[in-house]
Design a protein around this ligand. Sequence first.
Ligand code: RIB
Ligand code: CA
Length: 313
Amino acid sequence: MQQVRKIIIDTDPGQDDAVAILLALASPELEVLGITAVAGNVPLGLTEKNARKICELAGRPDMKVHAGAGRPLVRDLVTAEHVHGKSGLDGPDLPEPEMPLMQAHAVDFIVETVMAHEPGTLTLCTLGPLTNIALALVREPRIAPRIGGIVMMGGGFFEGGNITPAAEFNIHVDPHAADVVFRSGVPIVMMPLDVTHKALATRARVDAFRELGTPVGLATAAMLSFSERFDKEKYGNEGGPLHDPCVIAYLLRPALFAGRTCNVSVETASELTMGMTVIDWWHVTKRPHNAQVMREIDDEGFFALLTERLGRL
Ligand code: RIB
Ligand code: CA
């Protein structure tokens, strides 16, 4: 039996974050030690509430949800209500959460949990801006060599940006935090727009979630039907890209993805390209290879896994 992998999910729900959290909670290969909320798609007061709503939808009111940073390290917060709606989770009508928010700050929870586990046994799954992770690394540098790895949704290169022509939202919101993380030496697997734009929630795929007929399947279909309207108008695709669940799917079935290790550097100076991830895909520099950057996905296999697992909740 494959050993259960312990993870912390850092997130700014967001409909795609919600689907990623549901996938993780539906998968016995993973033990979610806690969920840490960060400001991003919507302000922190909503991302932490949305995280609790999703845990209750998944039947996990016992999950530890911690609130973290309410703003980026340096820049003012930029949110994305135009994509995710005012609540950040528009689409389904989910009840107000009854489960408690944990008292400890997310950064303290991350530091204490990493320090309490054997080195290399904990994976951080980041689905939003990297503010909490950067703060944890600065607060307690000893966690860097102890973190088994970071699997992140963020960045883009060949695909350009989605919040500016050059930058992807998670990195653009807090480029200084991303710079801290990419320089930390922690092993990183990166899911940039170059791969998530190939995971399109087409009409047939959203219908497959709805046809599960369960509260989770119906809510997932409602969430994706809401958030995809922005992407379809923008990209003209038949379906919005499903970004964040790629992080969890990688842990469950890494063979669904392909990429290469290279250097990723973050723009933190130019306003024109602020938050751009400069990926040295062709290895034209001698910069250290600090990330495994994914660029290909078996999208049929990805959605088959996602639908099967969500059907278990
Ligand atoms: O650019 C896509 C990313 O930004 C996703 O994580 C989405 O949830 C938003 O946070
Ligand atoms: Ca997100």
